[in-house]
Design a protein around this ligand. Structure first.
Ligand code: CA
Length: 234
């Protein structure tokens, strides 16, 4: 299928590489592979993949160097793979521009879902459909972005300006993993990147207003120790 999205898998562990290649080839993706950072950089320039799956622990360089390199010229989606004990690495990777992460070992269904979200997010960005006009709807939540009004079912939710900004920032990146640092920077500004407590308080208040069960949120999901994700109906 010449039109199928091309996924570049960058991974030096052969069993994982084989597993990913077999799984994705069976799901109508085209697959290219690289087993080192140097090989990956050459492949990226030669083949212009639609999405990159990147292991952060490569033999010849740190995976985040590849993120830095790609982000100089492209916003193509990057999903990083990390080991369970490398929490800080994945946050660093997300802050540098990775779109999402999976912790090894992961289920292939989970990977497939993340791929779909990342590819769709990218397609929307290219089409210029940034959802800053019009109405956003997801389940019982409706946000009128022109009128700046939020409804849960038929009831209007009255948000503070910060809560509204937090919600619309999450909506603009629906499905994507957003770090504390990213949200603080986007909502409060560059001087606030360490104020995680403040973010938690506002997130809790926002959940009280828009979630049917704030303790079990359906829209505003917590990714423990990393940040938040706006759930899409996948
Ligand atoms: Ca590795």
């Amino acid at each position: 299928m010449p039109d199928a999205p091309l996924i570049l898998i960058i991974e030096d562990e052969k069993p994982i590489l084989r597993f990913l290649t077999a799984s994705l080839s069976g799901q109508s993706y085209r697959v290219a592979t690289a087993e080192s950072g140097a090989q990956a950089l050459a492949m990226i320039e030669a083949h212009l993949p639609d999405l990159i799956i990147l292991d952060l622990g490569l033999p010849d360089m740190d995976g985040v160097e590849i993120i830095d390199h790609v982000r100089q010229w492209s916003q193509l989606p990057i999903i990083v793979l990390t080991a369970r004990d490398r929490e800080k690495d994945k946050i660093d990777a997300l802050d540098r521009g990775a779109d999402d992460y999976l912790t090894k070992p992961f289920a292939v269904g989970e990977l497939a879902a993340r791929l779909r979200v990342a590819l769709r997010h990218r397609a929307r960005a290219i089409a210029g459909d940034d959802q800053t006009a019009g109405v956003f709807e997801s389940g019982d939540l409706r946000v009128d972005l022109q009128e700046r009004r939020v409804f849960v079912g038929t009831e209007e939710a009255h948000l503070t300006p910060i809560e509204y900004r937090l919600l619309t920032t999450m909506i603009a990146h629906a499905g994507k993993m957003l770090t504390h640092r990213f949200l603080l920077r986007e909502v409060w500004g560059p001087g606030y990147s360490e104020e995680v407590h403040q973010l938690r308080v506002h997130m809790a208040n926002l959940r009280q207003k828009i979630e049917a069960e704030p303790a079990r949120p359906r829209h505003l999901l917590t990714e423990q120790g990393v940040g938040y994700r706006f759930a899409t109906n996948e």
